[in-house]
Each structure stands twice: as C-alpha cells, then as structure tokens.
Design a protein around this ligand. Structure first.
Ligand code: 5GP
Ligand code: ZN
Length: 112
C-alpha cells in the first residue's frame, strides 16, 4: 500500500520509533510543534476516524498515549491530543494518527 505511515510500520521508511506493540506504533513527528510531539498510529491501516469500525483501536491508542506521556514526563504538566479528520482539518496523511503534544505551554498552538 502506498501509505507513508504503513511504510514506517514496515520499516521501508525510517522514523524515530519510541513505542511498538502488536497493535500500535508511536514515533516522533518529523516536524515537531512542541518538545514532545509523537504520532501514535494503529498498525492496521485505517484512513480516518470516519473509517474506523473497531473502536477497541481507540482504547489501545489512548493507553499507549498515557504510557508515553508518563515516560516523557509530561503527564503532570499536561499535554494535548489532536486528531485531524479530513480535508477541512488539514489531515495530510491518510492513515489515522493521534498527535500527542507537550513539554511547553500549548495555549495558542494551532494544529495545523
Ligand atoms: P496531519 O496534518 O495529517 O494531522 O499530520 C501529519 C503529521 O505527520 C505532520 O505533523 C507531519 O509533520 C508528520 N509527518 C509527515 N510525514 C512524516 C514522516 O515521513 N515521518 C514522520 N516522523 N512524520 C511525518
Ligand atoms: Zn497506512
């Protein structure tokens, strides 16, 4: 499949991977908007929230985001989770991904 994030999953494209299990992959955003800017994705390709049928994927992603936030030391200071859905939100990569952002004040941060 010609999907950039699927290629990161299959190691065809390099990325700074910080977490992996059988269902979820997390890696640093190539163009970070905050000191912590991690993309958390399901390893099974889903284009968008709209295409998501198996909602257990959402629980898997949130559990991993909580774990990463604690590991990166932003669980107490706070963080933001963002999903851009479709054209009007500026979704650039059509493989469902959650942005996990933190490490500084995010007030006024526009995504994207
Ligand atoms: P979207 O606008 O679709 O919500 O966000 C896509 C995100 O993917 C952007 O923050 C962008 O910087 C990131 N991104 C795009 N291509 C790559 C890539 O090849 N590697 C990594 N690590 N991040 C990418
Ligand atoms: Zn994909």
């Amino acid at each position: 499949m010609d999907c950039i994030f699927c290629k990161i999953i299959s190691r065809q494209i390099p990325a700074s991977i910080i977490y992996e299990d059988d269902k979820v992959l997390a890696f640093n955003d190539i163009s970070p908007k905050a000191p912590v800017h991690v993309l958390v994705i399901p390893k099974t390709h889903v284009d968008t929230v709209d295409e998501l049928a198996d909602m257990s994927v959402v629980a898997d992603l949130f559990l991993v985001m909580k774990k990463i936030a604690a590991e990166q030391g932003i669980d107490k200071s706070g963080y933001r989770i963002v999903v851009n859905q479709g054209h009007d939100a500026g979704q650039a990569v059509p493989h469902l991904h959650f942005h996990l952002l933190g490490g500084r004040s995010l007030l006024g941060l526009s995504i994207f």
